[in-house]
Ligand binder design. Structure first.
Ligand SMILES: [Zn+2]
Length: 132
């Protein structure tokens, strides 16, 4: 994700993303992250102060083992479900372009190699191997 995209999210969801530069992933995941933050903001604006919901603050959104891994504090059960759902969508989203993808690895020795979720086109371009 480039600085401009991050700044846009930071500006739109300043209460959810108070710190700068905590998103470290490809720009293909921008849309699903934007949708997740929008859903949580709507939910939080409607329910804060009327339930056991604690204000949600995101600490880190990064790629781990080829998929999006999200660390946050606060929230409640609904927020956790939205975050889990977003992580699951990332298992099938190309990190580079946002098209439907699957997990690929950078070498034939898949246990030790770098993993990325990519569409067919980007996997071919980057010479990544399929896991199956
Ligand atoms: Zn792609």
């Amino acid at each position: 994700m480039n600085n401009e995209q991050y700044y846009e999210l930071h500006k739109k969801y300043s209460e959810l993303l108070p710190e700068e530069n905590i998103i470290d992933c490809g720009k293909g995941l921008y849309e699903i992250i934007d949708e997740m933050l929008a859903a949580i903001k709507i939910y939080q604006d409607a329910n804060l102060g009327t339930s056991s919901l604690i204000p949600t603050v995101f600490n880190l959104l990064e790629i781990k083992y080829g998929c999006l891994s999200i660390t946050y504090s606060g929230g409640d059960d609904i927020v956790r479900r939205i975050v889990d759902f977003t992580e699951k969508i990332s298992y099938k989203t190309c990190e580079i372009c946002g098209k439907i993808g699957e997990l690929y690895c950078s070498s034939k020795w898949m246990k030790w190699s770098d993993k990325k979720t990519l569409c067919n086109e980007h996997a071919a371009r980057m010479l990544y191997y399929t896991l199956t």
